[in-house]
Design a protein around this ligand. Structure first.
Ligand code: AHR
Length: 501
């Protein structure tokens, strides 16, 4: 059996986790909104048309923030289409996903539903086909108490109190040629700066996210962030990162090392932010909003231009395996290890579209494999992230070079008196013993060990077999002379809970 070791010391603090690290994303795309969260006529639908079965799963998933309404969708969106009496709302062509958008869900319904499921909305404004005026009007509509054109319209629409949306994204992936209204870095930077200024004048309490690159393989990656931040540094709070991971061919070793790739991506963007900070002699730090991340088998997607026009089309409804869940767990570990700078992150997306929750029109809703590491990390990964540096075996990958077999982090909740370890064993056939030196926490006793693994790494959850893959409780954790040991099964995601007496 292989061995790895690490030390936990509450003095080595990275940061208190911002709960918004466990966010997700609702886009008007495919069946995320229509027949996902919203399906009037479904047997579980609430009077306002939202599915209660899906809402219950969203609550269990634990997503303190929900980004909305896109994604590529937002770059052609007219938010005014989605307010007021539903039977007066127009159906439009959504050019991003070649879909008919009926506008039956808009900003008011979404904000109300988001609060109901325990989330705060994070709203993106359209900087593709629109700009400053539409954005500042939306802030006025959503956040101004009353007495003005847009705030009174909200009140007449039945929303007396402002929605109080704190977080706003200045467009989406504006560096991408696929984006409606795609811009060069200079064009976007000027528009983002002026839009930010106007939005802040309406509501100075908001926080703003500037678009970073669509992904780290973009030819303009790095230069884009630097150009945008030079222009917007004092006007924004965060820069966005997006990244999707998939297994290429049979190269599972590289896929399992996706967290290493995420680490490098995050560290590159931090370097760019801090370079601009230094050159511009700015006091504040711009932090990171990793507002789209997940496993997505993009190789199976035909591309936007090859889609047929449709209403609620089944778009990218990837079915996730045990391996995918282990990778999602490892990506959460990577985010936690950078919790000092990554303050917001959104698992993309929430329901049906590359999502941890699936639903069938007129049918049931169920949890995908990836639901489990996410919900457990969201529930127990609260407190202060501690710096841990595991030592142990490594292996060679074709995409990422040599990578460690174990990836891990620890979160200390001083108030609750708990330390929770999250660890992934990337070895595909061999279990591994993890030894954790906990001498600096002398009163620590063993709680429990929960792991996600399976004899069949390709096993999935389906409508007919919704609980084929669930976490397993293991009774193997021992504490002897200040060392806690546990066996991490081959190809597994693990959570080990310890508490102080
Ligand atoms: O999440 C799916 C799509 O991926 C989003 O619309 C876009 O922002 C990204 O490219």
């Amino acid at each position: 059996m292989q061995h790895a070791a690490m030390t936990i010391d509450p003095a080595f603090r990275i940061a208190v986790v911002d709960p918004r690290l466990y966010g997700s994303f609702v886009e008007h795309m495919g069946r995320c909104v229509y027949t996902g969260i919203y399906e009037p006529g479904h047997e579980t639908a609430s009077p306002d048309g939202f599915r209660r079965d899906v809402s219950a799963l969203v609550r269990k998933l634990g997503v303190p923030v929900l980004r909305y309404p896109g994604g590529n969708f937002v770059s052609g969106y007219t938010w005014e289409d989605g307010i007021g009496p539903r039977d007066h709302r127009p159906t439009r062509l959504d050019l991003a996903w070649r879909s008919y958008e009926t506008n039956q869900v808009g900003v008011d319904e979404f904000c109300k539903w988001a609060r109901r499921v325990g989330s705060e909305p994070m709203m993106a404004v359209n900087l593709g086909t629109r700009g400053i005026d539409a954005a500042r009007n939306l802030v006025e509509y959503a956040n101004h108490p009353g007495g003005t054109h847009w705030s009174e319209l909200r009140r007449r629409n039945g929303f007396e109190d402002p929605h109080g949306i704190k977080l706003w994204c200045l467009g989406n992936e504006m560096d991408g040629p696929w984006q409606i209204g795609h811009k060069t870095a200079d064009e976007y930077a000027r528009l983002a700066a002026e839009t930010a200024k106007a939005m802040r004048r309406v509501d100075p309490s908001i926080e703003l996210v500037a678009c970073g690159s669509s992904h780290q393989r973009m030819p303009t990656f790095g230069d884009w962030e630097a150009t945008v931040l030079r222009e917007t540094y004092d006007l924004v709070d965060y820069v966005s990162l997006h990244s999707y991971y998939e297994q290429h061919g049979d190269d599972r070793g590289s896929f399992l090392a996706s967290g290493v790739n995420m680490d490098r991506f995050i560290e590159s963007v931090i370097a760019t932010c801090d370079h601009v900070r230094g050159v511009g002699q700015h006091k504040k730090r711009v932090n990171l909003s990793f507002d789209e991340w997940n496993v997505w088998y993009q190789a199976r997607f035909p591309g936007e231009d090859n889609l047929d026009w449709g209403t609620r089309p089944r778009l990218i409804e990837d079915q996730y395996s045990v391996v995918d869940a282990v990778v999602v767990g490892s990506l959460l570990i990577s985010l936690l290890r950078h919790a000092d700078r990554v303050r917001i992150a959104c698992l993309a997306q929430l329901v049906n579209v590359i999502a941890p929750i699936r639903s069938e029109p007129g049918g049931p809703a169920w949890r995908q494999t990836t639901f489990h590491p996410f919900s457990l990390t969201s529930r127990h990964g609260r407190g202060t992230v501690l710096r841990v540096e595991p030592t142990g075996p490594s292996y060679e990958t074709s995409r990422m070079g040599e990578v460690p077999v174990v990836s891990a982090t620890a979160v200390h909740d001083e108030e609750a008196g708990t330390v929770t370890l999250f660890a992934v064993n990337r070895a595909q056939t061999e279990p591994l013993t993890l030894a954790v030196d906990v001498r600096s926490l002398p009163n620590l006793v063993v709680g429990n060990h929960t792991a996600l693994f399976d004899e069949d790494p390709e096993a999935t959850n389906t409508m007919d077999s919704p609980d084929r893959v669930t976490p397993t409780r293991l009774a193997d954790v021992k504490a002897v002379d200040g060392t806690v040991t546990a066996v991490l099964p081959a190809l597994s995601w693990n959570m080990i809970r310890l508490r102080t007496t």
